[in-house]
Design a protein around this ligand. Structure first.
Ligand SMILES: [Cu+2]
Length: 278
């Protein structure tokens, strides 16, 4: 009786898992960056582990019922079956190679940014995402982690002239032009945070004392959310930043309206932002 119940429960778990997956209710959000390779990997992993999950649980349900102990006989166990063990080791090895090998090629792309991306600095802090863009010169001025402090929330080097025209967007949003490769340089002011926009598929950690990189090409105009996926303190759940993917013109207009680092830190007398147009 109990054996039939356990076997029945295992079958219900298999059916529920397959049903939820096939219904698409908990499937991936639609993609908004050029990382189809990652979705293919997720799909392949789900299919291979899904088939293994179904087979293993159905075998288990069958065994629990077929070899139940309620007919006056006891279950027996068997030791040392080298043929069985080697065949299991062989099958597991082949499956793991099939799972991991294509991932190495995709990972190779993830860690190889293109030649001429738009570089944006992301500074994570408890509990907000802040962004710094290169200004008129398109280049980010120098920054160092020992420079974070009162009056220098970006940790930039005020001696570097390239810093002056950089644009500072504390608390976001991160605005990006559609169709152009973006390279984010991630830093942290305090603890470890992880920058993740689910629709972009890639994520990366912002570590105190380090600069980490991630890149992607946004493919779809729209509003998204940057989540922190590293438990980083009491308000971790609220560490959500706005992300907007817009057309190139709109991106440039928006960028021109952002405050420069020079103005922000009182390093220049005149606002830098209006010189170009007027
Ligand atoms: Cu965080």
């Amino acid at each position: 009786m109990q054996a039939a119940l356990v076997a029945g429960l295992l079958i219900v778990i298999v059916l529920a898992a397959v049903g939820v997956t096939v219904s698409g209710e908990w499937w991936l959000t639609p993609q908004a960056a050029d990382w189809g390779g990652i979705d293919s990997m997720l799909l392949a992993t789900t299919i291979i582990t899904g088939i293994a999950f179904i087979i293993i649980n159905l075998i288990l349900a069958y065994m629990v019922y077929r070899f139940r102990s309620d007919n006056g006989h006891r279950a027996s166990d068997e030791h040392h079956n080298p043929r069985l063990e080697w065949s299991l080791i062989g099958m597991t090895t082949v499956l793991i190679v099939i799972l991991l090998a294509p991932g190495l090629f995709v990972y190779g792309q993830v860690v190889s940014p293109p030649d001429d991306p738009i570089v944006i600095e992301v500074v994570g802090e408890q509990w907000a995402w802040n962004f710094r863009y290169g200004g008129e010169d398109g280049a980010l001025g120098a920054s160092r982690n020992d420079l974070f402090g009162p009056g220098n929330s970006m940790g930039v080097d005020p001696e570097d002239p390239a810093v002056l025209d950089d644009r500072w967007v504390p608390g976001g949003p991160l605005v990006l032009p559609v169709g152009e490769p973006i390279l984010l340089r991630l830093r942290s002011r305090d603890v470890i945070h992880i920058f993740f926009v689910p629709q972009f598929r890639v994520k990366q950690a912002a570590m105190p004392g380090m600069v980490n990189e991630m890149w992607f090409t946004p493919t779809r105009v729209g509003d998204y959310e940057a989540l922190c996926t590293e438990f980083c303190g009491i308000a971790h759940h609220g560490m959500v930043g706005g992300v907007r993917v817009v057309e190139r013109d709109e991106y440039e207009d928006w960028l021109d309206q952002q405050v420069t680092v020079g103005e922000m830190m009182g390093l220049v007398d005149e606002p830098v932002m209006d010189e170009a147009e007027e």
